[in-house]
Design a protein. Structure first.
Length: 268
């Protein structure tokens, strides 16, 4: 199974200062300097995060990436219900907005045989509900992607149009994924082992090749922006935040009231 490109964001109406240049060819290509400025980051702080990733996660066991034996596949509806239940377990005081977001977000399954799996959450603005498009062939990695996209959808509803820079958007999506894995563990679901394996496999990519690419780019202020720079920092923050932060603090992240710097300072 190949990887999944699960974050093709199209901020159709958000006031984001940075957009995907491919979606707006009239705009100038953004650079590393723009990305750092948007997040109020500097290269030294980013390197510090990458060093922490290398220290904490470089020795993660390789596991058995190809083995999915024993996975009890969930049909689409059950997978969605588990996703919402996991988020409710993770943020029980926010069950109202979680259920509202689930009920009113349009969810469209796209199946493109032979194509790499993709998913996207479309931002329809603060007065509307987002739309999730995803492929689903009952694989554990796709269930994680579903939880990822629901994390994006919940963040869009919670932040009510505030500008949320991409690292913090991805933190919310990764918190959605980790909520699903934790929920499966706590409920002794037979899917837990395979979900956890798929999570670790993704983490190796974020903390391996994608961290290396970001580190290389940090030496070049004019380096053209690539969305994948957001993932290593966001994955690291999401793991640490889920371990250490209160539920109120976590909700302030979904609501767009916590910057990357705030999160780093809280975790220091
Ligand atoms: Zn994403």
């Amino acid at each position: 199974m190949g990887g999944c490109d699960h974050a093709v964001h199209v901020p159709t109406s958000s006031p984001a200062a940075m957009r995907d240049p491919a979606a707006d060819p009239q705009r100038q290509q953004h650079s590393l300097a723009d990305w750092l400025a948007l997040h109020e980051l500097d290269p030294a702080t980013c390197r510090h995060v990458l060093d922490a990733i290398g220290h904490d996660f470089a020795s993660a066991p390789a596991g058995h990436e190809g083995a999915q034996s024993g996975y009890q596949a969930l049909d689409l509806e059950v997978a969605w219900l588990r996703t919402v239940e996991a988020m409710r377990d993770f943020l029980p005081e926010r069950h109202g907005i979680i259920e509202d977001t689930f009920a009113k977000t349009e969810k469209i399954v796209v199946d493109l045989p032979g194509r790499s799996r993709k998913a996207v959450t479309l931002d329809n603005g603060p007065d509307a509900y987002p739309m999730i498009l995803l492929s689903y062939r009952q694989e554990p990695a796709e269930h994680l992607i579903m939880a990822h996209e629901f994390g994006h959808a919940l963040q869009l509803r919670a932040s009510q149009g505030r500008l949320v820079p991409p690292i913090m958007r991805e933190v919310c999506a990764f918190l959605g994924e980790s909520a699903l894995v934790s929920h499966a563990r706590q409920r002794n679901h037979p899917q837990h082992a395979c979900l956890a394996r798929a999570w670790r496999k993704d983490s190796r990519r974020y903390f391996g090749v994608q961290s290396d690419r970001l580190r290389a780019a940090l030496a070049t202020p004019a380096a053209p922006y690539t969305y994948s720079w957001n993932y290593p920092v966001a994955r690291y923050l999401a793991i640490r935040i889920s371990e250490r932060c209160s539920r109120d603090r976590i909700w302030s992240i979904f609501a767009g009231r916590t910057s990357v710097q705030d999160a780093l300072q809280e975790l220091a």
